[in-house]
Design a protein around this ligand. Structure first.
Ligand code: ZN
Length: 339
């Protein structure tokens, strides 16, 4: 995987036709029960977050879908579908569920003979994607501790650092289940020639692969994909057209780039910029953000957000483009084969 990423096989990505994208990035919980008749009074039992990485499903399991909906395995003919609240989530004739607004909804499937019915509790939730940028340092340990203690997975956009003192941090990020993106080797914000920029991206790819066995298909421009005094539009277009990387900017920020950022301004920026049901939040490996992170997580949870990695997002945000389909979304097997 250390070769030329930009010419890699484009068909290697997620088969995006496999599912519908949500209008919102939503968390959807499916509860599966096989019934002879749908019974609205049945209780759904919630399982812990980890349930959705399990492939050993049994009836009654709950599978948490972060940021997307999913068609059922082996949909067969003669099955009818209904949502009890199409304002929250609707379902099409093939069983594809699309979350539309925050809330809970029951999806029911049944066949004509009445011998079969299945029901899913779908919870559509707000989703926050925490993204932590730039070179690793001693604050990264605190950030990783807070994420671990709070049970949150995040995304790190990393630059190249060959110091032995930070080697273990790349490993920690990888081993603790966070997503990793390419933030270029040198983090140069200069108006770079396309060739140089692409080479810097490639160097980072090679570094991650050779030093840490990490392969990523997500990238973020240093400073974002648009900015004052920079003309990256050509490079940006190449990357958007190429299909290998998914480019990710952000929709919210804690504003921790400035040298003297206070805890209170971090919290103020967070509250000011996190307004929508889906937010990609920019942070850095700063002392102030490391210290504020437990409160950042608590605040977002109080506001109803759940957390997910960027590779679980159905769509990602790019400056000047808006929300684009995430062509490198993780493929997983979520659903028990009920048909
Ligand atoms: Zn950066």
């Amino acid at each position: 995987m250390g070769g030329n990423s930009l010419s890699k096989n484009k068909s290697g990505g997620v088969a995006s036709t496999f599912f519908l994208f949500c209008a919102l990035a939503v968390s959807v919980v499916f509860c599966v029960q096989l019934l002879n008749k749908p019974n609205p009074d049945d209780q759904f039992e919630e399982l812990p977050f980890e349930a959705w990485s399990s492939k050993d499903f049994s009836h009654g399991d709950i599978i948490l879908f972060i940021g997307r909906t999913e068609p059922l395995a082996n949909p067969c003919e003669g099955i009818h579908w209904a949502s009890d609240d199409p304002q929250i989530a609707n379902v099409d004739e093939d069983g594809n569920v699309t979350g539309l607004s925050v809330g809970d909804v029951t999806i029911t499937a049944w066949n004509e003979s009445g011998l079969f019915a299945a029901r899913w509790l779908v919870k559509v939730r707000k989703t926050a994607y925490l993204t932590i940028d730039d070179r690793l340092n001693k604050n990264t340990d605190l950030i990783l501790d807070a994420l671990r203690d709070k049970g949150v997975k995040a995304t790190f956009f990393l630059c190249m650092d060959k110091r032995s003192s930070v080697f273990y941090l790349y490993e920690r990020i990888k081993n603790e289940g966070h997503a990793i993106g390419n933030h270029t080797a040198n983090h140069s914000k200069k108006d770079l020639a396309t060739e140089y920029f692409l080479k810097d991206l490639q160097r980072m790819d090679d570094f991650l692969e050779s030093e840490h066995g990490i392969s990523t298909r997500f990238m973020r421009f240093p400073g974002g994909s648009s900015g004052k005094g920079r003309s990256k539009n050509h490079t940006k277009k190449i990357l958007l057209d190429d299909g290998w990387y998914t480019m990710v900017d952000w929709t919210a920020t804690v504003g921790d780039s400035a040298k003297k950022t206070s805890y209170s301004s971090v919290m103020t920026n967070l509250k000011r910029t996190c307004k929508d049901d889906t937010e990609i939040i920019l942070m850095h490996n700063t002392r102030v953000s490391a210290k504020a992170l437990p409160d950042i997580i608590d605040y977002l949870r109080e506001e109803g957000y759940e957390f997910a990695r960027i590779d679980d997002a159905p769509q990602v945000f790019v400056f000047g483009k808006g929300w684009l389909d995430n062509k490198n979304m993780r493929e997983r097997e979520y659903l028990p084969d009920v048909f």
